[in-house]
Design a binder for this molecule. Structure first.
Ligand SMILES: Cc1cc2nc3c(=O)[nH]c(=O)nc-3n(C[C@H](O)[C@H](O)[C@H](O)COP(=O)(O)OP(=O)(O)OC[C@H]3O[C@@H](n4cnc5c(N)ncnc54)[C@H](O)[C@@H]3O)c2cc1C
Length: 372
């Protein structure tokens, strides 16, 4: 396609930095770059008419981690690395709260719960584990995050669980409003966001990059950041990120709904929350790990049935499903956020691993510092 002079000097103008991906990682990276240098010409490209990966299709938890997830992370990555990520997530939530009015993004400081079965390895030592993790996070949270709250299970309309842990620092958020509000702030600061036009390939020479877009137009830039999460492999041809499909069901309105707040089960593999008088539930990837390592957004009946059965087994209220969708997460092998330099001035970043809402605002600071 031929590009007009007018388009060339506006939409496809030469940029200091082009960011591929208008999800939370791309947007927060642009925000942090502008904090360091407000004069940067930044263009963000997204392949789809709206951001289509994880950021606008997630469950809307502003969470820093459930107790059993932290136990599992500590076992796999060690105490210091686990704690560093928890601190980043905590600071990320604080940053979101500072930048946006609560009502702008439906921020709901409802707290979070984790449900447990007595078969879980941590069940017999819950009080000790809670004390241990409270002490670990106290230096930056300045309060006890976790407390045992099993007596609230029936008040919250839940059954067939053996224990409940409350986490006072977690919250609910409207993911669409967050992405939209952050995009608006960037546009107001001169960032161009092009939708429906992704990066097809790039060619780097003489400290300049020529980026070929899906509509065959090109943009020249000084630096390129791939914030394309699970789609990064398709662009780079290398296996940086493993896709993980997350599926979600949303119920019809439930009169007198008692299950208010955000909830986790099974190291975060199952999660649910109320949205007004409806229940959103997602997860169960571990019911069919291999099949869910995909970027196919269609979802599967297998997982939808597992989630529906879960609702029947654990909720007192009868629940009918009104809507379902899926989104695509990206996972790194070590569960740590990723920042790699692919060429002199080409980088890829993802705050992935299923927790990007809280992590991306802080990981973006590292990304911006590295690029500049
Ligand atoms: C079902 C589900 C539930 C989740 N729940 C939570 C939660 O409650 N709390 C939480 O913290 N995290 C949650 N997550 C994870 C969180 O949403 C992600 O960690 C975060 O959104 C990742 O942001 P990102 O910008 O790295 O990736 P994405 O949001 O996936 O953004 C990547 C972008 O790249 C674009 N793209 C793809 N190909 C190209 C191309 N060639 N050129 C240009 N652009 C391209 C895509 O359209 C997309 O907009 C969930 C994820 C899913 C899927």
């Amino acid at each position: 396609m031929q590009i007009s002079h007018w388009e060339q000097t506006t939409y496809y103008r030469e940029a200091d930095i082009v960011i591929a991906g208008a999800g939370l990682m791309g947007l927060w990276s642009a925000w942090e770059l502008l904090q360091k240098n407000p004069h940067l010409a930044i263009t963000i490209l997204d392949k789809y008419p709206t951001p289509l990966g994880a950021s606008t299709r997630n469950a809307g938890f502003a969470c820093f981690g459930s107790l059993t997830e932290l136990i599992s992370d500590e076992a796999t990555m060690g105490t210091d690395a686990m704690l560093a990520i928890v601190e980043m997530r905590y600071k990320g939530i604080e940053k979101i709260k500072q930048l946006f009015e609560e009502k702008e993004i439906d921020y709901d400081a409802c707290g979070g719960y984790e449900t447990l079965l007595s078969s879980h390895a941590a069940y017999s030592s819950l009080t000790e584990r809670i004390d241990y993790f409270n002490q670990l996070v106290f230096p930056f949270i300045k309060t006890n995050a976790f407390e045992l709250a099993s007596n609230r299970l029936s008040i919250l309309g839940l059954k067939n669980f053996d224990a409940l842990i409350f986490n006072r620092c977690e919250a609910g958020i409207h993911s669409g409003k967050l992405v939209n509000a952050l995009s608006q702030k960037l546009i107001a600061r001169g960032v161009k966001i092009l939708f429906g036009n992704g990066i097809e390939s790039y060619h780097s020479s003489n400290k300049q990059i020529e980026i070929l877009l899906t509509n065959k137009a090109t943009i020249k830039a000084g630096q390129l950041l791939l914030a394309t999460n699970a789609y990064t492999n398709a662009i780079t041809g290398k296996n940086w990120v493993t896709p993980g499909r997350g599926q979600i069901l949303l119920s019809s309105p439930i009169t007198g709904l008692k299950t208010i707040g955000t909830f986790h089960f099974d190291e975060g593999f199952y999660y649910w929350r109320n949205i007004g008088d409806r229940i959103l539930i997602g997860g169960a990837r571990n019911a069919n790990f291999e099949a869910e390592e995909t970027t196919d957004l269609n979802g599967s009946d297998t997982i939808r049935h597992v989630l529906s059965d879960f609702l029947q087994k654990h909720f007192n209220d009868p629940i009918t499903i009104a809507q379902s969708w899926s989104g695509i997460m990206g996972f790194t092998k070590d569960k740590k956020p990723l920042l790699v330099q692919l060429e002199d001035n080409v980088f890829a970043a993802t705050a992935c691993n299923g927790m990007g809402v809280a992590l991306s605002p802080v990981w973006a600071e590292t990304v911006a510092a590295t690029l500049l």
